[in-house]
Design a protein around this ligand. Structure first.
Ligand SMILES: NC(=O)c1ccc[n+]([C@@H]2O[C@H](COP(=O)([O-])OP(=O)(O)OC[C@H]3O[C@@H](n4cnc5c(N)ncnc54)[C@H](OP(=O)(O)O)[C@@H]3O)[C@@H](O)[C@H]2O)c1
Length: 289
């Protein structure tokens, strides 16, 4: 496993494990425990996934079993939009994530979307960061123009921006802007989220067979070689193990370029952030009372 150093000096693993849509608590706990056993140290959850409690239980179980220490783990959660009304609702949301997960601190906490009153919500995160409840803070789904504006006005620059990044939506410009502002890029849906018929793509299949690796491993390796943190999700132990086995090979510059050429631009996004129907759906979505 390799690490990246965030703009506050914190070490973040370049690969982690995501639990989006793993709604069944037992399945979530089992998958996270399998992931930690397989060597993952970063776990990515969110208030909106309603499984922060199952992640917390798996973390405690892993520590109890002596697989790792709390300090070796890097637990991420995110604030949902309904809690981004103002400073007070955001402060409560941070405490609710800590309480649900049963953890004393979170290693990274993100604004899940650039929606609601995200400046006030972030101020609550800056205060929780100063108190040591959050070891790093950042954003998610911030497109470059929003990120530039945001970085220009906050007191503590975001350490991470978690956005959709895979060969079919490569976002080279977004990566350049994040680099310029010292914000670490993190890829959601690094395997394409089960879309794009990615596992049957001829370019990816050919590169994979050359390296005796799977298409999934090639997609993940392409992102980490661009300096992007990846957080693949799976509930199957053999895939969980396969997805972390990406540290013993390297893609050539030509192969990197071939994969980058699969980019479809905004057409390739799974989530249409510029679509008003999407925004209406998100702002009305409640994840708790
Ligand atoms: N910030 C955000 O707005 C946001 C949005 C989406 C996701 N995320 C985060 O990013 C994480 C990853 O994104 P994601 O879950 O959407 O997509 P993903 O990790 O790209 O893909 C997951 C899909 O691929 C399948 N899969 C996993 N490993 C595989 C393999 N080796 N071979 C074939 N299929 C495989 C999984 O099925 P099985 O489970 O059946 O194996 C699942 O259907 C999430 O879990 C979440 O933590 C964040």
């Amino acid at each position: 496993m390799e690490y990246t150093t965030l703009n506050n000096g914190l070490q973040m693993p370049l690969e982690g494990f995501g639990v989006f849509q793993v709604r069944d608590k037992e399945e979530c706990k089992r998958s996270v425990l399998e992931a930690i056993k397989a060597g993952y140290r970063l776990i990515d959850t969110a208030a909106a996934y309603t499984n922060e409690d199952a992640v917390g239980e798996a973390v405690k179980e892993a520590i109890r079993e002596g697989i790792c220490t709390r300090e070796e783990l890097f637990i991420t959660s995110k604030m949902w939009v309904q809690d981004m009304k103002d400073y007070d609702s955001a402060k409560k949301a941070i405490d609710a994530s800590l309480e649900k997960s049963g953890l004393e601190y979170l290693d990274l906490y993100l604004l899940h979307q650039a929606m609601g009153d995200y400046f006030s919500a972030y101020r609550a995160m800056e205060d929780a960061y100063k108190e040591g409840k959050l070891k790093a803070i950042g954003v998610s789904n911030f497109y470059p123009h929003t990120l530039v504006n945001f970085c220009s006005f906050v007191e503590i620059p975001p350490m991470v921006n978690q956005v959709e990044l895979h060969p079919f939506f490569a976002q080279p410009h977004a990566l350049e802007i994040m680099k310029e502002y010292h914000v670490q890029a993190e890829a959601w849906a690094p395997l394409g989220g089960g879309r794009y018929d990615a596992f049957n793509n001829e370019v990816l299949k050919e590169i994979a067979s050359k390296h005796n690796k799977s298409v999934g491993q090639v997609m993940l390796r392409w992102n980490v070689q661009r300096g992007v943190v990846v957080i693949p999700k799976s509930v199957h132990v053999e895939r969980i193990q396969e997805n972390i086995d990406i540290w013993d090979f390297a893609l050539s510059e030509e192969e990197m370029n071939q994969i980058s050429s699969l980019d479809r631009g905004y057409v390739g996004t799974a989530v249409k952030h510029f679509d008003t129907d999407f925004v209406k759906m998100v702002v009305s979505r409640k994840v708790h009372d």
